[in-house]
Design a protein around this ligand. Structure first.
Ligand SMILES: Nc1ncnc2c1ncn2[C@@H]1O[C@H](COP(=O)(O)OP(=O)(O)O)[C@@H](O)[C@H]1O
Ligand SMILES: [Mg+2]
Length: 359
């Protein structure tokens, strides 16, 4: 913004006017006193009047300057108001931008979720169709067996019909495939459940009860939940220190552990180690989840906490894990630090205040 042209200092102007007024007054007083003292000093009187005129002139000049000054102040005021209006407009525009960004994010979320859910539901649905066919075949087979059971052993006719049904329904193939379909469908359903859970966590409904919790309990129970998926990838090393209870919302903190453990396992290409290390430091307790995985390239490091940022293929990640973790830890007054080396591994360290911070 341009600087306004220098404005005469208003206060100085007022002081000057006051001073001149005082001079006029004291001059007048002196003249009056001289007159009433009987002196006939017309010269002095004249000089006084002249001086007074000069002073009056100067005063009115100064008053004009003062008025000018006030006008300039008014202009400045108007300009300021104008700027404030512009600023407000800018703020509105910014808020709108944020809103549309949010909408875009929600749209992206909806599309991502639809994709993620569509795939497992698709095969669960087709599996159920096949299973219905298998089941009716099996029921036919059971009926044939019942028939065979109800007649004397010598009669071979019912036995033949059992053989026929077995052949017709392809009993050998059905046996193998049926269990596989059921397993696949169960996996598909748990994938859907997980997606829905991710979304719930993202919108953070659910438990919001603050408690004094032992984070080792939280780590262990979270491990119970995810161990089945981790054990094929990693050996687990626990290096628990001595830590005090931490005031937190345990279900949310467990969610953080779960997301970090998930990522750790997914970062390990073949087989590796996941180390859980804990300790306390002043007002804080820290928990590190350390993997011997791929590490994080520096160019993506600034983005890993962004919602929907993922480097994983469809079905593996929605890019919400770290953003949810960040949100939860931030709301607890804590922070997450990352230490990573390409080809060596990554350590995520969660630091939480032992006592809940006000506000
Ligand atoms: N332990 C880790 N090792 C290597 N990369 C990681 C690790 N944790 C997170 N990342 C990177 O950060 C990204 C975002 O993680 P996250 O928010 O959990 O989403 P998602 O796991 O669904 O991709 C991952 O796609 C991955 O590129
Ligand atoms: Mg993840």
């Amino acid at each position: 913004m341009d600087e306004p042209s220098p404005v005469p200092n208003e206060e100085a102007l007022r002081a000057e006017i006051l001073r001149l007024n005082k001079i006029v007054k004291s001059l007048m007083n002196r003249a009056e006193r001289a007159m009433s003292a009987g002196g006939n000093d017309f010269g002095l009187f004249q000089a006084t009047v002249m001086l007074e005129d000069q002073v009056r002139e100067r005063t009115s000049e100064l008053e004009a300057a003062l008025q000018e000054n006030e006008k300039m102040n008014l202009d400045l005021q108007r300009e300021k108001e104008e700027q404030r209006k512009l600023f407000r407009k800018l703020e509105d525009a910014q808020a709108q931008l944020m809103q549309s960004k949010k909408l875009a994010a929600i749209g992206q979320l909806a599309a991502g979720v639809a994709h993620e859910i569509n795939n497992p539901i698709g095969f669960v649905n087709s599996n159920l169709g096949t299973l219905r066919k298998y089941s009716s075949g099996l029921l036919r087979l059971i009926a044939a067996y019942e028939e065979a059971e109800s007649v004397p052993a010598a009669d071979s006719e019912p036995k033949k019909s059992v053989e026929t049904v077995k052949r017709e329904i392809g009993i050998q193939y059905l046996r193998d495939d049926m269990l596989q379909l059921i397993q696949e469908s169960i996996d598909g359903c748990s994938r859907v459940r997980r997606i829905v859970q991710d979304l719930l966590d993202f919108s953070r409904v659910g438990d919001t009860q603050w408690k004094n919790a032992d984070l080792h309990d939280g780590l262990n129970s979270t491990l119970n939940l995810v161990w089945n998926e981790l054990k094929s990838k990693a050996d687990l090393v626990k290096e628990y220190g001595t830590i005090p209870l931490v005031e937190c919302i345990p279900s949310q903190i467990n969610q953080v552990f779960m997301n970090l453990l998930d990522n750790a396992a997914q970062a390990i290409p073949e087989r590796g180690t996941i180390t859980l290390r804990t300790g306390s430091e002043g007002e804080y307790v820290w928990v590190s989840v350390i993997d011997t995985g791929t590490g994080i390239p520096p160019e993506i490091l600034p983005k890993i906490f962004d919602p929907f940022f993922t480097t994983k293929p469809l079905g593996k990640g929605m890019g919400l894990g770290l953003s949810v973790a960040f949100g939860i830890v931030d709301a607890h007054g804590g922070r997450i630090d990352v230490d990573t080396r390409i080809g060596e591994g990554t350590a995520f360290t969660v630091r939480l205040p032992i006592r809940r911070k006000a506000g």
